[in-house]
Design a protein around this ligand. Structure first.
Ligand code: GLU
Length: 506
């Protein structure tokens, strides 16, 4: 029998969730669903200095908006809880002490000032930065260099300490990453990372390995920034005697700036005008507000489809996939090794495609809400018809009002460019005679109006351009939009003629 798949998303609540983090959660979720496995949300909050109030709630709300659901985790609980590391604090110390007893870790008492001095000294003699490792540890203040009695005295006296992993010299650590293949690292480049601190808290490295083991995680799917730590994690599994059940690793490629190399950052979003967070975020310290996809008018399904394709290739031409389809065709093997360039135009395209597919009654409900701030109420049937006409053209849900306002009120603002290009000295006369023509017409069908319009052009020897753009301008205020005769039919004769007579450009 194969072990059931168990994967986890393990964010640290140090700020808002970046879209790269959402993608990591998504790939974990799709992988779990595909294998009929479990998906766990674990909050890694052992670094108290970096804790940001509200970040955990933000992460949960974001994933909820995206439709990424957990089988176990901080909100719903589960058999391997608690799922917040600060609440599991007591579990880690015994493992750290076991490692010390087994000679795989040691106590270190060097003060921050002493370590700083080491760094300064190192700078003078070599371009390589100082590392606490097999070359330096034997001249530093730790349980490998101090006597057992001295170590005990310091611990009993409550002196601050850390427990560091003892990375062996001259070895090669190998691991097989599902995305990257075989990875091997020489231990001489690794440093003796801190595993545990005297405040009783483990660091990320120890807590992560211990929890992945205790929570029976089978696959660790996470961002590429953790690849350099993976060999050390492999050593920890080995030292703790858990190598047989060690999870498989898959390190996901970075999301890159749209216009260059390097990781996509909030600054890129600010600079190029797109959000890098799923929801709006207000920084509790500075009060600075960052925009979010939800507030920008994205549909979660479109956002998810777009994110899924950033760094993963479905192997077919098709680009639009719902959650179920994504789960059935997703594969870690087809995740790219190279970073994925963020493409905001593509994000918009996805949103457009999804808005187009929304049923008219659903969009009508949203439109009805969008009308409230404008003090407008309209019947559902009318709203549905309006949505049917405009939905092909909308990129963001927030565009609903802009694209539909003239169905509810006479235009007050007129497209300046159309006025400049299309409004000729003879145009008012053309609009007036067309209005006169329409007086006698029944507005019951768009075709009928179209027929009359073309007869009018012929009778007056006019090209379509001479009348169509000006007609659209006075009736809607816009340069473009859905079929003009559909619009006239829907708003009706009275409104159309009133606008054809009453327009006034600033
Ligand atoms: N807490 C880590 C983070 O914030 C999790 C890394 C991992 O998944 O192992 O990214």
């Amino acid at each position: 029998m194969t072990t059931p798949v168990r994967v986890r998303f393990a964010p640290s609540p140090t700020g808002p969730l970046h879209i790269g983090g959402v993608r990591t959660a998504l790939y974990n979720y799709l992988f779990a669903r595909q294998h009929g496995g479990q998906f766990i949300l674990r909050i890694e909050d052992t670094d108290q200095n970096r804790y940001v109030p509200g970040a955990e709630e933000y992460i949960i709300e974001s994933l909820d908006w995206c439709g990424i659901k957990f089988d176990e985790g901080v909100t719903g609980g589960g058999p391997y809880g608690p799922y917040r590391q600060s609440e599991r604090k007591e579990q880690y110390r015994p493992y750290a002490e076991q490692l010390v007893r087994d000679g795989k870790a040691y106590y270190a008492f060097d003060t921050p000032a002493e370590l700083e001095k080491e760094r300064e000294e190192q700078k003078k003699i070599s371009p390589d930065a100082f590392q606490y490792d097999s070359k330096t540890r034997l001249r530093l203040k730790n349980s490998l260099t101090l006597t057992a009695g001295e170590v005990k005295r310091r611990l009993d006296a409550g002196e601050p300490y850390v427990i560091r992993i003892c990375i062996p010299a001259d070895q090669v650590v190998k691991l097989t990453d599902i995305i990257r293949g075989d990875v091997s690292v020489h231990t001489n480049i690794l440093d003796d990372k801190v595993l545990f601190k005297s405040d009783g808290m483990p660091t990320y490295h120890l807590a992560n390995v211990v929890d992945d083991h205790l929570m029976k995680i089978t696959h660790v799917i996470r961002g590429e920034e953790w690849l350099p730590s993976a060999p050390m994690h492999v050593l920890l599994y080995r030292y703790l005697g858990w190598e047989d059940t060690m999870p498989q690793f898959a390190h996901l490629p970075l999301l890159l700036k749209p216009d260059g190399n390097g990781k996509l950052s909030k600054r890129d979003g600010d600079r190029l005008g797109f959000p890098v967070f799923p929801l709006k975020w207000t920084d509790p310290a500075s009060g600075e507000v960052s925009s979010g996809y939800r507030e920008a008018g994205y549909l979660p399904e479109a956002f998810i489809n777009f994110l899924a394709m950033l760094g993963w290739n479905p192997g077919v031409e098709q680009e639009l996939f719902n959650f179920g389809e994504l789960a059935s065709i997703f594969s870690l093997e087809r995740v790219h090794k190279a970073g994925a360039k963020f493409d905001f135009e593509k994000a918009k395209w996805f949103n457009q495609q999804y808005i187009k597919k929304l049923p008219d009654p659903f969009l009508a409900g949203l439109l009805s809400k969008a009308l409230v701030p404008h003090g407008i109420e309209a019947g559902h049937e009318y709203l549905e018809k309006v949505c049917g006409l405009i939905k092909e053209r909308i990129t963001f849900l927030n565009d609903l009002w802009d694209y539909s306002c003239y169905f509810f009120e006479d235009p007050r603002v007129f497209d300046q460019e159309t006025i400049r290009k299309r409004w000729k000295p003879e145009t008012p006369g053309i609009i007036a005679s067309l209005a006169a023509e329409l007086e006698a017409v029944d507005f019951s069908a768009p075709d009928l109006l179209e027929g009359i319009f073309h007869q009018f052009l012929e009778k007056n020897s006019l090209g379509t351009g001479a009348a169509m753009s000006p007609l659209r301008l006075v009736v809607t205020g816009k340069a473009g939009g859905p079929g003009m005769f559909e619009i006239m039919h829907l708003i009706g004769k009275e409104s159309t003629l009133r606008r054809m007579h009453g327009y006034r450009f600033e």
